[in-house]
Design a protein around this ligand. Structure first.
Ligand code: GCU
Length: 684
């Protein structure tokens, strides 16, 4: 992917560690592909290599002295009247007098400019490039690793990890493969990620100590990732003052507790001056939290925020709070309501450096859910929307499931109606009513120590698309896939680039919808095997304590979440959505069973009765997987053998599992309803 850059004469101008990284990348590319790299600057590092005379490419920090003469004078023109300053991470790209120029006002901008050039390939060095400013829409673009230091007896080492062990730890000690960690930092920077939380939100005893006597582990990771512009964050347990500090309480209003967090946090910053902050899962699925002391989540979050504020850190406080010991007989409790009920009343009470981290949907990372109503309910609170790149509920990196189209829908959702701001606008702080504060996009990571990074080689496309959407939520999923294909299967390394592109699109473009077709129907969710969340288990959660039910009986299926007759969840949305979701007639088909309990004979907007829709989509989903597999086999001999084989292995399993889903779901609903398939296909 660096070939186009590496064949040219490239000048890097500027000082500082991130510019060192840029220069090292350029020098490496030029050494590999026959170009020449030069460096100028004002500081000590400027002696790396002599300037090269006339250049084809210049990457220059505008703040480092005057620009060298190799940068054409016209390049520094202001891009346009609407464009403000480039900021901490932005860059300007233009082409003047046959020189491709990247300008930035801060070192990170130069780094992102470099990777932009790499993405553009040859096209960066031909034709016209009128000056254009590029800036990230969102300030923080973050991955949360659910990695444990120790191997968990049930979850393995990485909770909901499907790519082997942790890349950070092995056998309870820091992972020895430092090159891989550097490569990971480089990978993340190339797609725009600038923050990472290194450990699981369920914080075990060993992992709790990363904050104190195991801080060296975190220092080391921060040192390795810093050259790529990535700040390290840490998941902490709210009970830390007790379990680590030996205090009798973790009460957020206790002075001793406050002092403990302050001094502990000070020690962290003494070692990691650019430490990002804390991630906290409190009063959630058994994790400790402020409720134990009769305090609320604003008290809890503000305690940690106060300790972090003097150092510029933030606390990501997760809104994933619900009753995980529900009684399935109790129809008044609705898990979907929980985050809003807990947090909306606290709007305005959170400190400025608290980021409330909200899962994109009200339940739990399902392949289809409405967008969480919390996002529209907290205008005075900084928000992060949390996505799940790791495919817990979307095939666990055994199934090809390209999630960018789904995330794009979430980010493009307009909670206040078509003329108002989207979720992405809220996060990007696009002006609107109320004192909006902007926010972050966060995702649970999907990499491990697997040779292909993600278990499924094609799951890398999700990682890539996440970073790019966090940079620019308006990007098109198909175009992102093209970028990923060009970077991952460069034309010079594959037998037939056009076939590779066509095949990857055929396999991935619609793969999320395919997955949706053969799993739980019409937004009802779950129906997964409770042991591991993989494969079908239609009633797996129906009589459990987890609050995820579908209520299928002989007459119908779905959850009544209306205000008129159900749990009232639909009323947590502003207009127009509360009315749309409340209405059986207006509710979108794909969310029908999330909001309504309907008879099997209910006719969808598509004109098909619910029961027939279930049969049709499940048959179609499996046929689509068969087609995906057939398409993929055309790449035999065209791409790297190991990648090809790994994907074949995964597609075989996807087909087996999708068939199981089809047959269990169809058989279940046929037995419940007694309604035969109108098309006479075989149902067991
Ligand atoms: C899901 C997942 C858990 C995880 C939790 C969370 O419920 O199954 O493993 O801990 O989400 O987001 O905290």
């Amino acid at each position: 992917a660096f070939r186009a850059l590496g064949t040219r004469r490239v000048l890097v101008h500027g000082d500082g560690p991130l510019v060192d990284t840029v220069f090292a990348e350029v020098a490496r590319a030029c050494a590999a592909h026959g170009g020449r790299a030069g460096r100028t600057g004002t500081g000590a590092t400027s002696g790396d290599a002599p300037p090269v005379g006339p250049v084809d490419v210049a990457l220059a920090l505008r703040t480092t002295g005057g620009l060298p003469s190799a940068v054409p004078a016209g390049a520094s023109a202001v891009p346009g009247p609407d464009d403000g300053p480039l900021g901490d991470e932005g860059f300007l790209l233009t082409r003047v007098d046959d020189v491709t120029v990247v300008l930035a006002d801060a070192p990170a901008g130069l780094l992102y400019g470099l990777f932009h050039l790499v993405r553009l390939g040859e096209s960066a060095y031909v034709g016209d490039h009128p000056p254009r400013a590029h800036r990230p829409a969102l300030r923080r673009r973050m991955l949360d690793h659910w990695d444990n230091v120790a191997v968990h007896p049930v979850m393995g080492q990485v909770e909901r990890g499907y790519a082997g062990g942790s890349i950070f730890w092995r056998d309870g000690a820091p992972h020895g493969d430092r090159d891989r960690l550097r490569a990971y930092g480089r990978l993340l920077a190339s797609m725009g990620v600038n923050a990472i939380s290194v450990n699981n939100v369920n914080v075990g005893l060993t992992e709790a100590r990363l904050l104190t006597d195991r801080l060296d582990d975190v220092v080391d990771l921060a040192d390795l990732l810093r050259p790529y512009g990535i700040r390290v964050h840490l998941s902490v347990t709210f009970a830390a003052p007790v379990v680590l500090g030996g205090l009798p309480t973790a009460d957020p209003l206790d002075d001793g507790v406050r002092d403990w967090w302050e001094s502990t946090t000070r020690r962290v910053y003494a070692r990691i001056p650019d430490f990002g902050g804390y991630v906290v899962k409190a009063d959630s699925e058994g994790q400790p939290g402020p409720f134990s002391y009769g305090r609320d989540h604003a008290d809890g979050a503000n305690l940690l925020a106060a300790a972090l504020a003097p150092h510029g850190g933030v606390v990501h406080w997760r809104a994933f709070v619900y009753d995980h010991r529900q009684d399935w007989r109790d129809r008044t409790t609705d898990r979907a309501r929980a985050a809003y009920d807990h947090f909306a009343p606290l709007d305005g009470r959170f400190a400025d450096n608290v980021v409330l981290q909200v899962k994109f949907g009200p339940v739990d990372f399902q392949p289809r859910e409405p967008v969480s109503p919390v996002i529209a309910a907290m205008p005075a609170t900084r928000l992060a929307v949390e996505l799940q790149v790791t495919q817990e509920y979307t095939g666990q990196q055994w199934h090809a499931c390209y999630l960018a189209p789904w995330w794009r829908e979430v980010l493009a959702f307009r909670p206040w109606g078509a003329a108002e701001r989207s979720v992405a606008d809220v996060l990007a702080d696009v002006p609107g009513p109320g004192p909006r504060r902007g926010g972050d996009l966060v995702a649970v990571a999907n990499v491990g120590d697997d040779p292909f990074w993600c278990g499924h080689p094609l799951a890398q496309a999700n990682l890539y698309a996440f970073g790019r959407l966090a940079w620019d939520p308006g990007l098109d999923p198909g175009a992102l896939l093209d970028e990923w294909i060009d970077l991952t299967f460069p034309a010079s390394t594959v037998g037939d680039p056009a076939l590779v592109r066509e095949t990857l699109h055929a396999v991935l473009d619609d793969s999320w919808r395919t997955y949706e077709r053969y799993t739980a129907p019409l937004g009802v969710g779950f129906m997964v095997n409770p042991a591991g969340h993989y494969g079908p288990g239609v009633d797996g959660y129906e009589y459990s304590r987890w609050g995820t039910y579908h209520f299928a009986d002989r007459d119908g299926v779905g959850v009544d979440r209306t205000c008129a007759t159900g749990t009232g969840f639909a009323g947590q949305y502003p207009q127009p959505w509360s009315q749309v979701y409340e209405s059986l007639e207006r509710c979108p088909d794909e969310l029908l069973l999330f909001f309504h309990h309907v008879p099997y004979s209910h006719v969808l907007h598509s004109g098909v009765p619910v029961i027939q829709h279930i049969y049709d989509t499940h048959f179609a989903g499996v046929e689509e997987v068969v087609a995906m597999r057939d398409r993929w086999t055309r790449l035999a001999g065209v791409i790297d053998r190991a990648v090809y084989d790994r994907v074949v292995e995964r597609l075989d399993e996807q087909l087996r599992c999708a068939t199981e889903w089809r047959d269990q779901v169809n058989t279940y609903f046929f037995r419940k309803s007694g309604v035969p398939d109108a098309k006479g296909r075989h149902i067991y």
